[in-house]
Design a protein around this ligand. Structure first.
Ligand SMILES: Cc1ncc(COP(=O)(O)O)c(C=O)c1O
Length: 388
């Protein structure tokens, strides 16, 4: 008899080398959650009513997706979109996973920026891809457009294979970028995609509602029946997690040319999105006014907090998104722990390139930001009075 291997059979080499992507997500209920850029007040009451109205016997039936793609198309408005342009996923995380699964082969290159959203790199690594991450070293963490262009288009500037050089398989742009908030004009992204037809250009627009920077309006306003005729390599990711307040239900969308959406949908299971998420998404998409009001409130709270930070002379950085970076006078992890004791969660960026020592603070309502600011001042004042 063959003896049992203590760790069971080996996984693929790429998986054996991988460290699981895990975020500290336990024990957060009841606290003020400014650590994951979620909506901080919850979804529209219409979403809650719609979920409550699901009869219990429907739990026993596999989910049905009819009408959800149409609802996404209607919510985006404009011309040139139809349901075949919309991929449905169990959160944008699942869409990202599917993109890499469908397109990334061992040795292929992912071109992206650094620091950026933490899930891109494990997705690339699990496929055995090589990661080229261009740092945000320009003043104010400006987007490194020239370096990205050079890495995308190669020595000849044509994006065509030449000698040992191959175009990147995937270019991933988080716009605005999490956590630096860096913004890139949508027109520049469209230019990059048009110049590099062999590269899949993925734009993660999770936080676009807070800036209005999206590649979709210029594509949708051109008229015609297909918004992506000249951009068959462009994929846009959107989620209902951060604005509509559905992070716990997991629902995200990938929007692009039908052939692209078809490829990434091939690597997902038939029922990966559950019935509650489908019902909630339809109700949320019908109540855009709720999302608009929430976004306006966050932007107001942002202005208020920025005034306080400026007046108090606290080093900070704010650009796009419902978050900003603050550099406390002590190690970020210590301040993070003390804020937790005060019932407030923020995210230490200790050890991250270029933003080491900072805290990422998500923005919520004006009242929530006032609570954060009082606690932060108290903790920092304690530091100042304790120093010799
Ligand atoms: C830039 C970015 N992309 C994707 C995600 C994941 O979104 P979802 O909750 O829809 O999976 C996040 C979540 O923090 C994010 O910040």
């Amino acid at each position: 008899m063959t003896p049992c291997l203590p760790d069971g059979p080996q996984a693929r080499p790429e998986v054996e080398a991988l460290v699981a992507y895990s975020a500290p997500l336990e024990g957060r209920r009841g606290l003020l959650r400014l650590d994951f850029n979620e909506n901080t007040v919850g979804p529209s009451p219409k979403v809650v009513d719609a979920i409550r109205a699901i009869p219990a016997d429907h739990y026993a039936i596999y989910p049905e997706y009819d009408g959800l793609r149409e609802a996404v198309v209607a919510s985006l408005g404009g011309m040139g979109l139809n349901p075949a342009h919309i991929g449905l996923f169990n959160g944008v995380d699942a869409a990202l996973h599917a993109v890499f699964h469908a397109y990334g082969a061992p040795g292929d290159r992912l071109l992206t920026t650094s620091p950026t959203f933490g899930y891109y790199s494990p997705c690339a690594r699990m496929q055995g891809m090589v990661i080229e991450a261009i740092p945000y070293r320009l003043p104010h963490f400006g987007f490194p457009l020239e370096e990205i262009r050079a890495a995308l288009l190669g020595p000849g500037g044509a994006g065509e294979p030449s000698g040992d050089w191959h175009p990147p398989r995937i270019l991933l742009i988080c716009n605005p970028n999490n956590p630096t908030g860096s913004r890139l004009a949508p027109e520049r992204i469209l230019e990059l995609a048009a110049a590099a037809p062999r590269t899949l250009v993925v734009v993660d627009e999770l936080y676009e509602a807070f800036t209005g920077d999206s590649v979709l309006p210029p594509l949708l306003n051109r008229g015609g029946t297909d918004a992506f005729p000249a951009h068959s390599n462009l994929l846009v990711l959107r989620s209902l997690a951060k604005t509509a307040g559905l992070a716990g239900l997991r629902i995200g969308f990938a929007i692009g040319a039908p052939a692209l959406v078809d490829r990434i949908s091939r690597v997902t299971g038939p029922y990966d999105i559950n019935s509650f998420a489908v019902t909630a998404a339809r109700a949320a998409l019908e109540d855009q006014a709720y999302v608009d009001t929430y976004v306006a409130e966050v932007l107001q709270a942002r202005s208020w907090l920025l005034e306080q930070l400026q007046a108090a002379g606290v080093r900070h950085h704010a650009a796009g998104g419902n978050y900003l970076l603050i550099w406390p006078s002590r190690p970020a992890a210590e301040v993070e722990a003390e804020l937790r004791q005060a019932g407030i969660l923020v995210r230490s960026m200790a050890g991250k390139p270029l933003i080491d020592g900072s805290l990422r603070v998500s923005l919520g309502s004006r009242e929530q930001m006032a609570r954060f600011w009082s606690a932060y001042q108290l903790i920092e004042a304690m530091t100042i009075s304790a120093s010799p």
